[in-house]
Design a protein around this ligand. Structure first.
Ligand SMILES: *[C@@H]1O[C@H](CO)[C@@H](O)[C@H](O)[C@H]1NC(C)=O
Length: 486
């Protein structure tokens, strides 16, 4: 990684530095500006960072915020809330998004650069490069690198496959033929093979959805041609060490002749792979290979169960302020939150526990992925410092709560029936209700703008960014007469 590598700089970020920073800001005379309203753009102090090299230098320059980002938006993993942060940050800073023509990049097919609006293949040098690529795709590194520079910050988010399965079952009940045939998730998981057919419509929603979104090959895909990654012809796979995620060896894999997908070294001869719910891969090298490959590509993988901890680490890695990662939850389904998080395990019934165990076993590849990235996250937390993290998390939550109270009717997400303003009504999909927000009235103009950014659902925000990046060129009367009917 380049000189921007987040591991090369250490930042001050805690109450002590808050105090120091506050003093500095006050003496410079910014105090009024910073404390001058309910909407401080920045929490004072959070931007005072010290270069690791100059440990004595109180005047050390802050690290430059990273603004080239690739976020793999995984399904049903809390990724819409991350998207909301990215939309807001890019919007505020005038960054260019690599946008899909509609709302996804040809999903579930693998990502293709040609799907990006305004993309010109090599040579279109009048085209300013993109800053952020973040909408739904099935990850495909080779094509992503046609759009985004290789030193972009790559990140994603994972969720416990049991929680993910609950959410996916409700959301994709009618999209996935396996789910549609099943009366309940419990019934589905009790005997998944009675409902699930590889290759049937929406089958990827019903099993190992994370693995699919990361663009990793499945053992059965090595045998059936469905436009998925093919095993390279090279009989000698390159050797890889399994590294903790975020160690940033992507630069070494960017040789144009290098592999863009891991090779399952053992899968070829295993025809019964999909007949077992357990991870019967003959050897773990297929998994090891895949995880090592992901580690070499992704700088950070957030974990939905530790969302706020993840956000603090994200802000640190990107050299962003804590305020930049404070936002509201988006695309949450009504009643979908209570089994989220490790704290609620106490109230689980025997049926819940069985369902969880079965969901993890059925989604065996996702479970391995999840355990791996959970471990990486906690290794990073340890590195960052547990108590320092706890303070930042508390700060983040307090800030979110203050924003919710200030911006939102009821201070929380509401049933969509209360959301009459189309700009804020989230797209309704699946068998549950998707919650959204209603803004309080009487906000100042500036607060109104900021609250709107926080409350705007992802589809509407994408449309807004699209309109900003591709302003209509036709004259106004013509434009109004051509408004699409939907
Ligand atoms: C994730 O890691 C934390 C910290 O090590 C641990 O307490 C938790 O059980 C892990 N979760 C899973 C599902 O492995």
């Amino acid at each position: 990684m380049g000189p921007l590598s987040p591991t090369r700089t250490m930042r001050l970020w805690g109450p002590r530095s808050l105090g120091v920073a506050l003093g500095v800001f006050m003496t410079i005379g910014f105090a009024l500006q910073l404390w001058g309203g309910p909407f401080q753009r920045r929490l004072p102090g959070l931007h005072l960072r010290q270069s690791w090299a100059s440990s004595s230098g109180s005047a050390a320059p802050p690290c430059p915020p990273r603004q080239r980002l690739v976020f793999l938006k995984t399904h049903k993993s809390g990724s819409s809330s991350v998207l909301s942060l990215l939309h807001r940050y890019g919007d505020r800073h005038g960054l260019r998004f690599a946008l899909p023509a509609r709302y996804q990049f040809g999903y579930p097919r693998l990502f293709q650069a040609s799907r990006v609006k305004g993309y010109r293949p090599q040579g279109g040098d009048t085209q300013p490069p993109f800053h952020i690529l973040c909408h739904h795709m099935r990850f495909n590194l080779k094509e992503v690198l046609q759009v985004m520079p290789s030193d972009s910050f790559f990140f994603s988010i994972v969720r416990d496959p049991a929680a993910l399965a609950r959410s996916a079952f409700s959301y994709y009940k009618s999209t996935s033929s396996a789910f549609r045939k099943a009366p309940s998730l419990a019934a589905f998981l009790a005997n998944p093979r009675a409902f699930y057919r590889p290759g049937a419509r929406g089958d990827h929603y019903a099993r190992n959805l994370l693995w699919f979104d990361f663009g990793l090959p499945f053992p059965q895909e090595m045998r059936t041609k469905r436009g998925n990654p093919q095993p390279p012809q090279d009989p000698n796979p390159p050797k890889l060490h399994v590294l903790p995620s975020g160690t940033g060896t992507r630069a070494h894999t960017l040789d144009p002749n290098a592999l863009f997908h891991p090779i399952p070294t053992v899968a070829g001869g295993h025809s019964q792979m999909s007949s077992s719910a357990s991870l019967d891969l003959g050897s773990s090298s297929f998994l090891q290979w895949s995880l090592a490959w992901l580690d070499s590509v992704f700088d950070l993988v957030l974990v939905a169960e530790y969302f706020d901890e993840s956000l603090v680490l994200l802000a640190d890695a990107l050299c962003w302020g804590l305020d930049d990662v404070v936002g509201f939850m988006h695309n949450a389904q009504a009643g979908g939150g209570q089994d989220r998080g490790p704290a609620s395990n106490g109230g689980l019934t025997a049926e819940d526990r069985q369902l969880t165990a079965r969901a993890r076993a059925w989604n065996n590849l996702d479970w391995a992925l999840y355990v791996h990235f959970n471990r990486s996250l906690w290794a990073r937390i340890k590195q960052y410092g547990q108590s320092r993290l706890d303070r930042a998390v508390a700060e983040l939550r307090a800030r979110r709560e203050a924003l919710a109270k200030h911006c939102l009717v009821g201070g929380e997400a509401l049933d969509p029936k209360y959301i009459t303003d189309r700009r804020f009504r989230p797209f309704q999909f699946g068998s549950g209700k998707v919650l959204g927000y209603v803004l309080r009235s009487g906000l100042s103009l500036q607060d109104q703008q900021e609250c709107e950014r926080l409350a705007t659902p992802e589809l509407q925000y994408k449309d807004k960014l699209d309109a900003k990046q591709f302003p209509p060129t036709v004259s106004l009367p013509l434009k109004t007469s051509r408004l699409p009917s939907h």
